[in-house]
Write a protein that binds this ligand. Structure first.
Ligand code: NDP
Ligand code: HSE
Length: 320
């Protein structure tokens, strides 16, 4: 069995769920996944430590540097890659600037798996180029719809289709708030409740103002068309007064993305609730494909990250 070393960058909801999943199933598809290091804002634990103990310490004390008996390093993100040299860098952080770390990783031949949206939305062309040059891979299933596999569909399974349009509800926090408003709560009350769900972004205005859904729509545009959109529009949910059957809907077509609240028909597949996301993909040969699944939460997101780690370990090609 081949051992694959992973460095986990970020130890919040998703990072900790990932450690749980790896501990439950470290050997899969002929590879053995070993957590070589874990990083949060307090530092990096590296070497022969128990990832579940690290999780417990993080949950109880709030910082990984409190893990006793182990060396804690204060690497800059780029140094982390160069010093540790993992096989796979797993970014489950909320650091918008992580692109610079991916650049170093890919140049070093280290594959990158990420659930962090801005680096992919903003720099996918450069990352893909670096991955091709270094023969490392860049995997980002959980950036859109969490573990529900829309990226794999577009990037691999539907490569032969002409994607005419994607309509999708991609942000679970706004769905939750809108459905609470439908049942009579004010925006402020619904927003407070959403905080207990564990799916709001670290900066929740990214959810409310449609920035999170916008990043996701941009990532879908990259994988559907291999280029960034020329025309964009983004409207959040702050101005919604009558929330009945309203969801924050992203529309993606060649050259164009928009994200805005839309009133949906009673029977629309996009009229989801809870943490569900949904997407309607319209294509030239296949017609309409509807994908619905959970779009957030620790294990749901870590599931997509885990599968990407396995793909990276097996060196799955990353076609588009
Ligand atoms: P959290 O806010 O729970 O955790 C973020 C983690 O990133 C924290 O551990 C934080 O450290 C760490 N971090 C942030 N900046 C840095 C930095 N500069 N250096 C080191 N560590 C840093 O987020 P989630 O776990 O919920 O989400 C992780 C990522 O996955 C985010 O990008 C999010 O958008 C994305 N995602 C999340 C989903 C979800 O349902 N939660 C679904 C799909 C994607 P510290 O703990 O020390 O503050
Ligand atoms: N904040 C995001 C949401 C998490 O509410 O959908 C999943 O990407």
């Amino acid at each position: 069995m081949r051992e694959v070393k992973v460095s986990i960058f970020g130890f919040g909801t998703v990072g900790r769920a990932l450690v749980e999943i790896i501990s439950e199933r470290p050997r899969v598809a002929g590879v053995e996944i070993r957590v070589e290091s874990i990083t949060d804002r307090s530092g990096t634990v590296w070497g022969d430590f128990d990832p579940l103990e690290a999780k417990e310490v993080k949950e109880n004390i709030g910082r990984i540097s409190a893990l006793g008996d182990y060396d804690v390093y204060s690497f800059k993100p780029q140094e982390l890659v160069e010093e540790i040299k993992p096989d796979i860098l797993v970014d489950v952080s909320s650091w918008d600037g992580a692109f610079s770390m991916y650049e170093v990783a890919l140049r070093e031949g280290v594959s990158v798996v990420t659930s962090n949206k801005p680096p992919i939305a903003e720099h996918y062309d450069k990352l893909k180029e670096l991955a091709e040059e270094s023969k490392a891979g860049i995997y980002f299933e959980s950036t859109v719809m969490a573990g529900t596999p829309i990226i794999g569909l577009l990037r691999e399974n539907l490569l032969g289709e002409n994607i005419e349009e994607i309509l999708a509800v991609l942000n679970a926090s706004t769905t939750f708030i809108l459905t609470r408003m439908e049942s009579g709560k004010s925006f402020d009350e619904a927003f407070k409740e959403a905080k207990s769900l564990g799916i709001l972004e670290e900066d929740p205005s990214k959810d409310i103002d449609g920035i999170d859904a916008f990043y996701k729509a941009k990532i879908l545009h990259w994988v559907a068309y291999g280029e960034p959109p020329e025309k964009t529009e983004r409207v959040g949910i702050r101005e919604v007064k009558d929330a009945k059957n309203v969801r924050l809907v992203a529309r993606v077509s060649k050259g164009e993305i928009n994200v805005k609240p839309r009133k949906l028909k009673e029977n629309s597949p996009l009229l989801v609730s809870g943490v569900y996301n949904a997407a309607i993909i319209r294509m030239n040969n296949l017609g309409e494909l509807v994908l619905k699944g959970k779009g957030g939460g620790g294990r749901v997101t870590a599931s997509g990250v885990f599968t990407d780690i396995v793909k990276a370990a097996l060196k799955f090609p990353s076609p588009r």
